[in-house]
Ligand binder design. Structure first.
Ligand code: BES
Ligand code: MN
Ligand code: ZN
Length: 501
């Protein structure tokens, strides 16, 4: 999609298929709404009196307003003015972008970002607009027999109307937002692809392809022999049950400026993504209902690839390394069994009491591998526990960390990017539940606080650096009629990295 700024003073003269204009619920007009109202001789106030309550999340399309050049003016409800904030604005941009896509509009102009709002500067608002528009235009068609299911125009051009003085800052925001959308859309596409296409090998190929496309990225894909040489016995135990070969993917972004000699390098930030391309549960087999959705069990990995794509496109001044342990979790005559004891790369032994708690088994070895980078921070992202959906539903990702500063930065990034997380406890008192009679640690901690004990398990492998864990079981995809990847938490992660750089 093409993003641009439009700097005409007279909004009513903008020729476009759809012009978004924000209105507040208490009758207050935004400056843009005021211009349109005057140009149309009060037509807008008229509508606000009778038809449109301007509740947040609602819209009303007005066709061919007299005195206004735009084909349609789309009124976007912003709710009460005193409750207006960055999140309401971001959702308003989403409403408009979704409207344009549904109405098959090819080109549109939004004035929504021009309205001031607390705690979000112009660049942040422009970023939200581009991220929303770029994601609204995504459509899955990879595995339909006709690649183009219809040829109606998709949203191709999206412009923000701002003043001349605001143009440069707006451009910067648009650029970041466009990169976030592309990264999130890559994550959605990888999640949506079926597990017979999106295998560990396929994910490795995607990493290599990104490295060909972006100069700042370097990819390395370790195969079984190399993973064995690293002694990743825990990861390999999960991969045993499947014919599909495992892959350990390393994708590194080196800032454009950092290659020159003599420049002191900041420590890298490492992202670790769970890459189970299908989770049948292994010998501890899952029930049949909705098992297809376990193709999404690589959404952590997808979010790492999407984030690195965004970071590369932005040209971020911060080294970022993505690590992805990837394999399938299937039952077979070679699969690991409940009661098996395996030795992780860290040397710690693990009793596998449930083969369906496989995410932590692949992640723990990747977390040990991360030590070699002496990272400033390590963040793992995983569709780790059904219990996290019970705790937080589909609204917030679960965040676990012993590092308050790191946790706060991630929470804040989530709020800024409209991709929120909620912090859950990670206290040593829960570690007891992981006690094993036959190994250093058990891989399950029983029903109580299932997401917390999963995080506690991971914490045993993260002593060497500041670490946070994001459980995205409830946020990475939607079920039901609108089944599909969400691209979360790519916006949160990119925002966090932007804030660090
Ligand atoms: N991938 C699942 C978690 C999951 C389940 C995410 C459903 C989203 C929807 C994970 O590997 C798993 O199976 N976890 C088990 C852990 C249990 C055996 C301790 C779970 O949550 O039931
Ligand atoms: Mn599982
Ligand atoms: Zn899983």
């Amino acid at each position: 999609m093409e993003f641009s700024t439009l700097t005409t003073a007279s909004l009513h003269q903008i020729k476009t298929a759809a012009l978004a204009v924000g209105v507040f619920a208490d009758g207050m007009l935004t400056p843009a709404a005021d211009v349109i109202d005057r140009a149309s001789h009060g037509a807008l106030r008229e509508v606000l009196k009778k038809e449109f309550l301007a509740k947040a999340g609602t819209h009303l399309a007005l066709r061919k307003l007299e005195g206004v050049s735009a084909n349609q003016v789309i009124l976007i409800g912003l709710g009460k003015q005193d409750a207006y904030n960055a999140s309401v604005h971001a959702k308003a941009e989403q409403v408009f972008a979704n409207f344009c896509v549904q109405a098959r509009i090819g080109e549109a102009v939004s004035t929504l970002a021009a309205t001031e709002c607390p705690a979000a500067g112009l660049a942040q608002r422009a970023q939200a607009a581009a991220a929303a528009a770029g994601q609204a235009a995504y459509r899955y068609d990879a595995t339909f027999s006709k690649r183009e299911r219809d040829d109606a125009p998709r949203l191709k051009k999206f412009a923000l109307s701002v003043t001349r003085a605001q143009a440069a800052e707006t451009q910067r925001g648009l650029r970041n937002g466009a990169a976030i959308a592309q990264g999130a859309n890559l994550a959605r596409e990888l999640g949506n692809l079926p597990a017979n296409v999106c295998t560990p090998t396929y994910l490795g190929d995607v990493a290599r392809k990104l490295a060909r496309e972006f100069k700042s990225l370097k990819a390395e894909v370790l195969e079984r022999k190399q993973i064995e040489a690293l002694k990743m016995g825990s990861f390999l135990s999960v991969a045993r049950g499947s014919y599909e070969p495992p892959a350990f993917i390393i994708l590194k972004h080196t800032p454009p400026g950092a290659k020159g000699a003599g420049k002191s390098r900041k420590a890298p930030i490492v992202l670790v993504g769970k890459g189970i391309t299908f989770d049948a549960g292994g010998i501890s087999l899952k029930p049949a209902a909705n098992m297809d959705e376990m193709k999404y069990d690589m959404c952590g990995a997808a979010s790492v690839l999407g984030t690195l794509r965004a970071v590369a496109e932005i040209g971020l001044e911060q080294e970022v390394i993505g690590l992805i342990p990837s394999c399938e979790n299937l039952p077979s005559g070679r699969a690991n069994k409940p009661g098996d004891v395996v030795t992780s790369m860290s040397g710690q032994t693990i009793e596998i009491l449930n083969t369906d708690a496989e995410g932590r088994l692949v992640l723990c070895d990747a977390l040990t591998y991360a030590e070699r980078y002496k990272p400033a921070a390590v963040i793992d992202i995983a569709t780790l526990t059904g219990a996290c959906i019970i705790a937080l539903g589909h609204v917030n990702s679960g965040l676990f960390s012993k590092d308050d500063a790191l946790a706060d930065s991630l929470l804040q990034a989530g709020r800024q990017a409209n991709d929120t997380a909620w912090r859950l406890p990670l206290e040593d008192a829960y570690q007891e539940q992981l006690q094993s009679n036959f190994a250093d640690i058990a891989n399950i901690g029983g029903r109580p606080a299932g997401s917390v004990t999963a995080a506690c398990f991971l914490s045993r492998f993260t002593g060497a650096y500041p670490w946070a864990h994001l459980d995205i079981a409830g946020t990475a995809w939607r079920s039901g009629k609108d089944k599909g990847g969400t691209g979360r938490p790519v916006p949160l992660l990119v925002q966090y990295l932007l804030n660090q750089a």
